[in-house]
Design a protein around this ligand. Structure first.
Ligand code: HEC
Length: 472
């Protein structure tokens, strides 16, 4: 945890906006995918237990298709689950920097438990697939020899048990992970929890209702995805006959509708339990939009009752996705309002640090200018005066020709070339100056001789020179 908090750097306001955007995108994916995965396992285990109860292979096939909803695309658990969780772990501390809110621990628990849930669910998926293979094997062999069937009976039982065992574990672990995820996001905006025990976070009404909301919306989402693949997609799930198709549709529709009825209720409790310091008009707008799209979803799923409206499935799928996006926006908006002050602090700290850095930089640029006088005093004064010739020519005689040609003067000072060999046969030896020093000296000389005739600094520099000549 220390490690992640040490990664925090005070960033400017544009970076903060970027981090907030990342958090929002992560929240959308994470809420939606956690929900979808839960809905997928939940519905699949329901179908599987029905298959067992009625010994009906049609439900077995349905259980198999339903688990594909949340696990069908390779690596989706990683891209849509683990990655957003990691970005939560990296982003939240950035925005909570300087406060007492330490959200990282809860998020890490969510991440670990989520990974375990995924492992269980994939074992569940495989045992469901095996079960189906066994089933077709049994039905094919049965006619040939009863004894062979007997032999495989115990294997079949084993797989059956593994299936229901890992299915239930998958559901439980996912419940815990969602609970921590929703707790962590609530904790981030409910400042009254900071410094309190973990139970304050887990048992807060907002945590519980948010978790329930993610799960119930997930069941709605999973049913929408299933119906979409089964009825509206060319290469979707295949059915042996219309009878099986009807049965599957009815089963999934029922859960879709039930969850859609439950969602508004949970939503209301969830919104009411958001702490005052996180409330804002925009947050309510997002919340209402999210609810509105759940209603649209329910409508379009309801309409699939008659097969003419089967295309409504497509919209149901879309509506529930938008609803999830709005839900994530509502959550992030609550977080944003609650830490608006802190965000100002962070960018102020950043701006201050930036200013200091700028000032330091500017100073280091000026340094050679300040030094010009000193360099003259140590390196040039032996051979040069301003108004009288000594070993070298008087500056007042030679510098004016460099008016408007500072570059040439720099070149000469850095690398003297013979100018007046008649009078100075030995020329001027190179003084081994750095380019910055040469530049500063040239500027200083031009300024003294040409520009700053009336400048107060000049008499101070020239008088000693005059006095020196006077004493000579
Ligand atoms: C050892 C003596 C000596 C020192 C030290 C010396 N100069 Fe000179 N400087 C000369 C002589 C000699 C000339 C004339 C060279 C010529 O005309 O070829 C000269 C010429 C110049 C000129 C005129 C160039 C021109 O185009 O006529 C400038 C400007 C000048 N020096 C600047 C400096 C500066 C700045 C320093 C200190 C960093 C410096 N000099 C240090 C001996 C010196």
């Amino acid at each position: 945890m220390e490690l992640f908090n040490d990664l925090v750097i005070p960033v400017g306001s544009s970076h903060l906006t970027l981090i907030r955007l990342m958090l929002y995108i992560s929240a959308s994916f994470l809420f939606a995918y956690t929900g979808l995965l839960f809905g997928s396992v939940f519905l699949s285990t329901r179908a599987a237990s029905k298959a067992k109860k009625y010994n009906d292979f049609r439900y077995q096939k349905l259980a198999q298709d339903l688990i594909k909803v949340g696990t069908g695309i390779t690596g989706m658990w990683f891209g849509l689950g683990i990655v957003p969780l990691l970005s939560f772990i990296l982003s939240y501390p950035q925005l909570l920097a300087g406060t007492k809110g330490d959200v990282v621990g809860y998020l890490i628990v969510a991440l670990l438990v989520f990974s375990m849930a995924v492992a269980s669910i994939y074992v569940y998926k495989n045992s469901i697939n095996f079960k189906s293979i066994f089933y077709s094997f049994k039905t094919n062999v049965r006619s040939k020899s009863e004894s062979i069937v007997e032999e495989y009976h115990s294997l079949d039982e084993d797989i059956e048990n593994t299936g229901s065992f890992t299915g239930i574990w998958g559901i439980l672990l996912l419940l815990v992970s969602t609970w921590f995820l929703s707790g962590a996001t609530t904790y981030a905006y409910d400042h009254s929890m900071w410094g309190q025990s973990i139970f304050t976070m887990l048992l807060s009404a907002n945590t519980v209702f948010k978790a329930l909301l993610i799960l119930s919306m997930g069941v709605a989402f999973a049913s929408a995805v299933y119906l979409f693949y089964a009825f509206s997609w060319q290469d979707g799930y295949k059915f042996a006959n219309d009878d099986e198709k009807e049965l599957s549709k009815k089963f999934v529709r029922k859960f879709g509708l039930y969850s859609a009825l439950l969602i508004p209720l949970i939503y209301a409790f969830q919104i009411v339990s958001i702490p005052n310091n996180a409330l804002s008009g925009l947050m309510f707008v997002f919340g209402l939009l999210s609810l509105l799209f759940v209603v649209f979803f329910a409508q379009s799923i309801y309409l699939t009752k008659s097969s003419e409206h089967a295309s409504g499935v497509k919209y149901g799928f879309m509506f529930i996705m938008i609803s999830f996006a709005m839900f994530a926006a509502q959550d992030q908006q609550a977080f944003h309002i609650s830490i608006a002050e802190n965000l100002n602090n962070i960018s102020e700290i950043h701006n201050k640090a930036e200013e200091e850095r700028q000032a330091l930089y500017a100073k280091s640029e000026e340094e050679p200018q300040v030094d010009a006088q000193a360099i003259f005093d140590t390196r040039c004064v032996a051979c040069h005066k301003f108004d009288t010739k000594s070993v070298g020519p008087a500056y007042n005689d030679v510098v004016p020709k460099y008016e408007g040609k500072e570059g040439d003067l720099v070149k000469f000072i850095l690398n003297p070339t013979p100018q007046n060999p008649a009078e100075y046969p030995a020329g001027m030896p190179a003084q081994g100056l750095s380019p910055a020093e040469g530049k500063a000296l040239a500027k200083w000389l031009l300024d003294k001789v040409l520009g700053g005739g009336e400048k107060e600094a000049e008499p101070a520099a020239e008088k000693p020179a005059e006095e020196q000549t006077a004493t000579k």
